[in-house]
Design a binder for this molecule. Structure first.
Ligand SMILES: [Zn+2]
Length: 189
């Protein structure tokens, strides 16, 4: 694909804002806390130690919102060189995992050759074993992922008439051009 349609570009902007705003609010809150109460909370002689405490407090918003990790995502399009499925056991409860909370999780890693020739490895899918068949990526498939989306979609060959929406993952008819569910432009090539 040459260039992203405008509605997908603005979708990416919205996703980034949605992720950055909570972090900005927390940063402002921590900044205000330090400004007004910093000296009282970190009432210590050692100035270097106090600066260190300030820095740690200001890093909390990034740790809580996970913003740096979330910004690492990117839009890509390319050909699948290899697909690997890793099956692990996970649980729904972080507090007290019991047998009922445990389930098999599939994680799919793809080696992809991008259109510019660069090769990357990405985590294309993660979900319950019964959720969705993770073995749907094959060598030679052309795949597309939009920044911030949960989905890495397989672009259909010319003979196929269905394609998943890059934003919500719903299957659509290629000729419709727009997703029937969320209205975003379908990426087909
Ligand atoms: Zn959609």
């Amino acid at each position: 694909m040459k260039e992203l349609p405008n509605d997908l570009k603005s979708h990416i902007r919205r996703v980034i804002l949605k992720r950055a705003i909570p972090c900005a609010i927390l940063l402002a809150a921590c900044g205000a806390l330090l400004f007004f109460l910093g000296e009282r909370i970190f009432n210590m002689e050692n100035v270097q130690m106090r600066i260190l405490c300030y820095i740690v407090v200001m890093l909390i918003p990034f740790a809580v919102t996970g913003l740096p990790m979330k910004l690492i995502d990117r839009t890509y399009c390319g050909e699948v060189l290899d697909a690997r499925v890793k099956r692990t056991v996970d649980n729904e409860s972080y507090v007290k995992p019991t047998l009922e909370h445990m389930y098999f999780k599939n994680t799919v890693y793809l080696d992809i050759r991008l259109d510019n020739g660069k090769e990357i490895t990405v985590k294309a899918y993660e979900g319950r074993d019964d959720d969705l068949n993770p073995y749907f990526y094959h060598k030679g498939d052309r795949v597309f992922h939009l920044y911030g989306s949960r989905y890495t979609i397989v672009l259909p060959p010319d003979t196929a008439n269905a394609v998943r929406c890059p934003v919500c993952g719903i299957k659509n008819l290629k000729e419709n051009g727009k997703c029937a569910d969320c209205g975003h432009t379908l990426v087909t090539k």
